[in-house]
Design a protein around this ligand. Structure first.
Ligand code: UDX
Ligand code: ADP
Length: 469
């Protein structure tokens, strides 16, 4: 077979949930480019090179299989890769700081800074460095300053190209994005680098969906987009509390409100609270920035989005406790779902982590079921080893339990045989539906005491309107 000439070399540093799928899509759409992905974690690179990928994402495996070894490569040799590539995406983790100034709020930029220093150390030719990770506004300036401190004949242009894909739908989001945002300096060098990146996305994204801006607008837009999305979830969750007091139904309210074309129907699903690696981290980051720039009122406004999210989880636990006669000690409770949303095995910031912890604090026995997230769940709950059981089959997990608690909106939980589940459980049996996916009337008729989010509870002990005080 004749070896194809690959025209352009692209590197991504960081083979996580964002870096690897994004590069897989670039490799798929640009078969004449050589795309290399490196990571500081060799175990992760081995997994990307194996048949058991380190993350579950619908459609990803097929794309990796088609392109790996052809024009998509996963490598451990970061330094060599930096030398060989002139377009470098940086997609390393930017967790919330856990120490020092800004602990619990600001982004921890040590991984980004280390990457910038490593690029500087290894670069033998000029490069375009593209921020893919979500970063606080003005991070590019710090990157530029580090990169500018090197050899005179090697120059760097820093671009911001935030990724807006969501887990579970990453492949379709990458293939058909609402928009691609590219921020650059408005200097001749910055504009040339911007054009280079536009050319890559032009291979499959229509030109009107590729938008450009200055660096700071681009960095800030990513934080703001996530803050707005999370705000919608907190807004509807706050109203779900009022629905439970008034016998209004949150699904009916969300439908009526969302049909206003100015508001729109998406991200109005009430639930047990948002999770995921981005929302809380990005809002806290925004809050920190607002305080830093002397805008306490703006900071307080956004901080409340996170407060409502915590409140929603506390409220859910309070419902479980009060419905089950104010004691959970020795009762067996089955969590259906542990991932922060359906179609992913990711559990970062999943509400299930805090709910499981609170149930264990009440001395309940906890059984966890999830089709993709049990490995991560066991890591998250490592402190409770021996007190939690992990059972993939929901029917086996529910057997002998006093309550089912739906934590994740896996489609599977819509289609469960609730009659079979009910028959295997301890009576009175409870169903707490943190995602409103089950057929509540049907489950009530089977014998369950049903507690949805933002809808009247259906209890065999009390008339519906008296269930919540
Ligand atoms: C989010 C953004 O959507 C994406 O653009 C960004 O790049 C990364 O952060 P992600 O965290 O993967 O993506 O998932 P998303 O679909 O946004 O859901 C976040 C959380 O909100 C989940 O826990 C989900 O269950 C919850 N959610 C979402 C609701 O509770 N109700 C809704 O109506 C929508
Ligand atoms: P995200 O969801 O933003 O993709 P992840 O945590 O899934 O975040 O991925 C970030 C990846 O970046 C991790 O696999 C981590 O090992 C990698 N990483 C962090 N620092 C470096 C570094 N200095 N060089 C290479 N890879 C790094």
């Amino acid at each position: 077979m004749m070896k194809r000439q690959l025209k352009k070399n692209i590197l991504c540093i960081g083979a996580g949930y964002v870096g690897a799928p994004t590069m897989a899509m670039i490799a798929e759409k640009c078969p004449d480019y050589k795309v290399t992905v490196v990571d500081i974690n060799p175990v992760k690179i081995d997994a990307w090179n194996s048949d058991r990928l380190p993350i579950y994402e619908p459609g990803l495996e097929e794309i990796i299989r088609r392109n790996r070894g052809r024009n998509l490569f996963f490598s451990k040799d970061i330094e060599d890769a930096i030398r060989r590539n002139d377009i470098i995406f940086v997609s390393v983790n930017t967790p919330t700081k856990t120490f020092g100034t800004g602990a619990g709020m600001a982004a921890d930029l040590q991984f980004v800074e280390k990457t910038a220093r490593q690029i500087l150390k290894c670069a033998e030719s000029s490069k375009i460095v593209i921020e893919k990770s979500t970063l606080p506004v003005k991070t590019a300036q710090a990157m530029e300053r580090i990169l500018a401190s090197g050899k005179d004949n090697v120059t760097f242009e820093v671009l911001s190209n935030p990724e807006f894909m969501a887990e579970g739908t990453a492949i379709s989001d990458l293939e058909n994005p609402d928009r691609v945002l590219i921020g650059s300096r408005e200097t001749p060098g910055g504009l040339a680098a911007r054009r280079e990146l536009v050319r890559i996305y032009n291979r499959w994204v229509p030109p009107e969906r590729i938008i450009t801006s200055n660096l700071w607008s681009s960095e800030l837009s990513k934080l703001v987009a996530n803050a707005f999305l999370a705000q919608r979830v907190s807004s509807i969750n706050s109203i779900s509390a009022l629905c439970e007091k008034t016998d209004a139904d949150i699904s009916e309210v969300a439908k009526a409100v969302g049909m206003d074309s100015r508001i729109g129907a998406k991200f109005l699903k009430a639930g047990v609270g948002f999770g995921g690696s981005c929302f809380k981290k990005d809002i806290l980051n925004l809050v920190y920035l607002c305080r830093y720039y002397g805008l306490p009122e703006v900071a307080d406004y956004w901080e409340n989005v996170v407060r409502i999210n915590t409140y929603q989880q506390d409220r859910f636990l309070a419902t479980i406790l009060s419905a089950m006669f104010n004691t959970l000690a020795g009762k067996r409770i089955c969590l259906l779902g542990f991932a922060f949303k359906a179609d992913t095995g990711d559990t970062r910031e999943s509400p299930a982590i805090s709910i499981a912890g609170k149930l264990l604090a009440e001395q309940a026995e906890v059984v966890i079921s999830d089709p993709k997230a049990l490995g991560n769940a066991a890591v998250d709950l490592a402190d409770f080893a021996g007190r939690v059981r992990y059972v993939e089959d929901p029917y086996l997990a529910a057997k002998g339990c006093h309550a089912l608690v739906i934590m994740t909106d896996w489609d599977l939980y819509r289609r469960l045989d609730y009659r079979k589940l009910y028959r295997s459980m301890v009576r009175p049996a409870f169903l707490f539906d943190g995602r409103n996916v089950a057929d509540h009337a049907k489950c009530f008729a089977l014998g369950f005491n049903v507690y949805p989010i933002g809808k009247p509870a259906l209890s065999h002990f009390q008339p519906p309107s008296a269930v919540r005080g």
